[in-house]
Design a protein around this ligand. Structure first.
Ligand SMILES: *Cc1c(COP(=O)(O)O)cnc(C)c1O
Length: 469
């Protein structure tokens, strides 16, 4: 049994045992099935015993029975939803941070770790082109970042009674935006859904019509959420035109760049994402485009004071914070007090690998998408939803004559995933079922896309054959 404070020998044994498991897990990650939906073993998850179990036995259960079932979202074949991967150096950063367990909610408690986190946030501000007075906060994910954004906008711009204020989102906006609005106190009726165009970008004339109609009804437009890469198809809204519109009508502009934001690191993406810096606030998800482990989201604001105004709150047991300082107290600019030191999870990978490997990975994903597009477009019966702006391909299978495209597309998804090489997900566009292939993991390379295309080609041919007979 291991003591709460293990001896040096026990520490060495634990680290060695866990190190060995982790290394063999990572060494075989490409061979592990992309999904394993059959072998759930609920009895593998035991209740806490009164006295501890042996480490090896526990690790065995964990790595053999608990971790394998489900979808291998860290593997190279993971092309469903929005992948990331999980850069290993970030896991080491977490091990360090959770071992030293310093408190980063107040800067005097851990000025070094606070400075590291702030330097990472400053770098993220540069990535999106934000000015010096910008800032932000690392969150557990994009959903929390968007929640803080809507709350911050509300607290900065609106009076206590804000129920006649309207938030505009496109019909392609991520569901987390709607949830953020609800969490921030806006009833569903205060969130206006605006149509998107043929490329799934927010339709500006529909936006204008909605805003004018609301104004005519005595309501007050307040905020617009644009997408820099939608989850459905990767579409990028016309950020320049929306920024102009927001400025003209005095709306807070939030840009959801959870999926697409880090493409701003690439020359091609920088052009596609121009005007990102005109937002009042931006959601980024390092656990997507930067390939970091889950639990790494970010909210950036163009004016750091907006975060202070929304969150700063004193208490008699906390040090009064009157003088300005180059480093913020994270407690003052976010909802959390006690929390993990998230900054090292970005800082260590960026220090150890440098920025360039991340840029190269994203450039590779854009190239792989173009190659996959060229091949998919050749396949009989395959129909693309729209040309991809970034690295999401949405497509469906249309059997000839009187076949049912929704049923055929659903069958194709099930059959491709059942092969276990890759995992794709699906969505509904214009009322029709589409498969989605999102190429974003740093572990995904051309051989994995080739495997995906082979499986799609072979299974689609079989389905077409069967429906024609
Ligand atoms: C993933 C995603 C989100 C939600 O982020 P989480 O980190 O999953 O909470 C929001 N918007 C877009 C466009 C996304 O792709």
């Amino acid at each position: 049994m291991i003591a709460l404070e293990p001896s040096v020998e026990e520490l060495e044994r634990m680290l060695a045992a866990i190190g060995q498991r982790i290394i063999s897990h990572l060494a075989t990650i490409a061979e592990q099935p992309a999904s394993d939906l059959q072998t759930l073993a609920p009895e593998a998850v035991a209740d806490p015993p009164q006295w501890g179990r042996p480490l090896e036995e526990t690790l065995d259960t964990l790595f053999r029975r608990v971790i394998p079932p489900g979808v291998n979202s860290a593997g190279p074949g993971y092309l469903g939803f929005v992948p990331g991967g999980g850069v290993f150096s970030a896991a080491l950063a977490d091990l360090i941070v959770k071992t030293v367990n310093r408190f980063v909610g107040l800067r005097f408690m851990a000025p070094g770790l606070v400075r590291i986190e702030w330097s990472v946030i400053r770098w993220l501000c540069q990535v999106v082109g934000f000015p010096r007075e910008s800032g932000g906060i690392l969150t557990s994910g994009g959903s929390l970042a968007s929640f803080i954004a809507v709350y911050t906008a509300r607290r900065n711009r609106l009076p206590a009674d804000f129920l006649n204020r309207i938030i505009y989102v496109s019909d392609q906006a991520h569901v987390s935006v709607r949830k953020a609005a609800q969490l921030a106190g806006f009833p569903p009726a205060n969130v206006r859904t605006v149509a998107s165009d043929a490329w799934f970008r927010l339709d500006l004339s529909a936006l204008e019509a909605a805003v004018l109609e609301d104004k005519a009804r005595g309501l007050h437009p307040f905020m617009i959420v644009a997408s820099a890469g939608t989850t459905n198809t990767g579409a990028i809204d016309d950020l320049t035109a929306i920024a102009d519109f927001a400025a003209h009508h005095g709306l807070w502009l939030h840009i959801d760049a959870a999926y697409g934001g880090f493409f701003a690191l690439t020359p091609e993406g920088r052009g596609l994402l121009c005007s990102l810096e005109r937002a009042d606030s931006i959601t980024l998800d390092p656990h997507k485009g930067l390939g970091l482990p889950y639990g790494t989201g970010c909210l950036l604001v163009k004016d750091l004071n907006t975060l202070y105004r929304a969150h700063s709150m004193g208490a008699e047991y906390l040090p009064a914070n009157t003088e300005l300082h180059e480093l913020p107290d994270f407690y003052d600019i976010s909802p959390e007090l006690s929390r993990e030191a998230r900054g090292l999870r970005l800082w260590l990978p960026l220090q150890l690998h440098g920025i360039q490997p991340f840029v190269d990975h994203l450039v590779e994903k854009l190239r792989l998408t173009r190659q996959a597009l060229a091949e998919l477009a050749q396949l009989p019966g395959i129909e693309l939803a729209a040309p991809p702006a970034l690295t999401v391909l949405a497509f469906r299978l249309v059997p000839s004559a009187d076949g049912d495209p929704d049923a055929a597309s659903r069958a194709l998804l099930l059959r491709v995933n059942a092969r276990g090489h890759v995992f794709l997900s699906s969505t509904i566009l214009c009322g029709r079922v589409y498969l989605r292939m999102c190429i974003l993991s740093f572990r995904t390379h051309s051989e994995h896309i080739a495997a995906a295309l082979r499986d799609i080609r072979e299974e689609a041919a079989q389905i077409l054959n069967q429906t024609q007979r």
